[in-house]
Design a protein around this ligand. Sequence first.
Ligand SMILES: CC(=O)SCCNC(=O)CCNC(=O)[C@H](O)C(C)(C)COP(=O)(O)OP(=O)(O)OC[C@H]1O[C@@H](n2cnc3c(N)ncnc32)[C@H](O)[C@@H]1OP(=O)(O)O
Ligand SMILES: CCCC(=O)O
Length: 445
Amino acid sequence: MNFAEEYKRKLKTPEEAVKLVKDGDWVDYSVGIGFPVLLDAALAKRKDELRDIKIRGSLAMQPIQAVEQDRERRTFTYNSWHCSGYERKFCDEGLCNYIPMIFRNMASYYRRYLTVNVAMISVAPMDSKGFFNFSMVNCTTRAILDAADLIILEVNEHMPHVYGGQEDCIHISEVDVVVEGEHKPLAQLPVPPATEIDEKIASLLLPHIPDGATIQLGIGGMPNSVGKLMAESDLKDLGMHTELLSDGFVDLYEAGKLTNSRKTLHRGKGVFGIALGSQRLYDWVGENQGLLSFPMDYVNQPSVMAQMENMISINNCIAIDLYGQVSSESAGTRHISGTGGQLDFSTGAYDAPGGKGFICMTSSYRDKAGNLKSRILPKFTEGDIITTPRTQAFYIVTEYGIVNLAGRSTWERAELLISLAHPDFRDELIAAADKQKIWRNSNRI
Ligand SMILES: CC(=O)SCCNC(=O)CCNC(=O)[C@H](O)C(C)(C)COP(=O)(O)OP(=O)(O)OC[C@H]1O[C@@H](n2cnc3c(N)ncnc32)[C@H](O)[C@@H]1OP(=O)(O)O
Ligand SMILES: CCCC(=O)O
């Protein structure tokens, strides 16, 4: 077979390729660095000739021209599975709608229910055997492509080849159209520096993490900082099984802590679903035989995590109420990010022998006007979305301590959670707990 010939036959310009999109189509744009930059720009130019184009994407980190060029949403309706900071601003303006999901189910939504008229996805350049590697976006890429009526690949010369265990590539024979062009360097996720509170939280976590543990770090500043601080600890022989591979893991690797040598599943390999972070991370992930990408319906499956001894999951949240419900994706009706894999990992870590799921947060935050606000709330009120229900939220950590809510009644939860609150808010939380009939006279903080 001459794959180079087939490639040439399928090659079109981005402008020619997007002519295949028809009125009413559902178009999929992939996740993170899988975003099809050239195809999006070409599709946006068709805004006056097309009608009712619905786009799905997520964690976009560069301008989405179909939204930027059509701010009245006359032609394009953009939807996200998980909002980046950039997409969050679109939600604020009514230009992006969130699609609720938990990551382990996302592929099955495509396989069972969703229509994909056109998939436009960025991939690494074709290899000599005719395969395009999904690079750092194994995620649900294969499920999206399998569901698509028409597959248009955008070859991105900066996307490195990444070793995968399953569903990590597509062959030229399965593809309808290929486009090429010049790309800017891959979009990066900023890595905020660790704060004093992050350091305190990491110091509280460390005694709960045994040598040889398998680690998941969630999205956001704090889990990344915890990874960095774990790299400075005495921990040994850590393993990686994570939906999101972020810079915290490079810190662990460079400090010699990440060996994967004691993993009880995929020994010797760090497993992940998607990588997002700095160029340093991307350079480390490309062509790295110590890593394996897998689809999210495998990585995020609790029954898979349950096979890993001492699976430790570390995630962040927006707020928690005195009942132990965790909100990590909205603030009232303001949409912030998404459920992502938080519930998958809280569940899977609990099911693993010796496993623990930690939800970490600063006890308080300053709102945009500079007022100090508690993240521990008496109850959720203004439309806050529950990401992890109280039945699956176990270890909760702030800079004031660490508690385990498993098996605790409502008065015990109120007492434990108030012990984690910023001191300025404890009295009002106790008063609220009393009013809500979840406070015992003998409770002490
Ligand atoms: C990856 C795996 O393997 S599993 C998956 C883990 N996935 C999850 O945990 C999904 C849910 N979690 C998340 O999305 C993130 O961890 C978050 C949102 C909780 C924290 O992420 P960060 O990027 O550190 O959030 P950050 O502190 O920058 O806040 C994000 C926004 O929420 C706002 N915000 C944060 N806390 C609050 C609050 N309590 N009330 C109101 N707004 C708030 C911030 O102001 C900011 O808004 P802005 O962009 O307008 O400034
Ligand atoms: C890719 C990270 C999304 C999440 O699960 O939070």
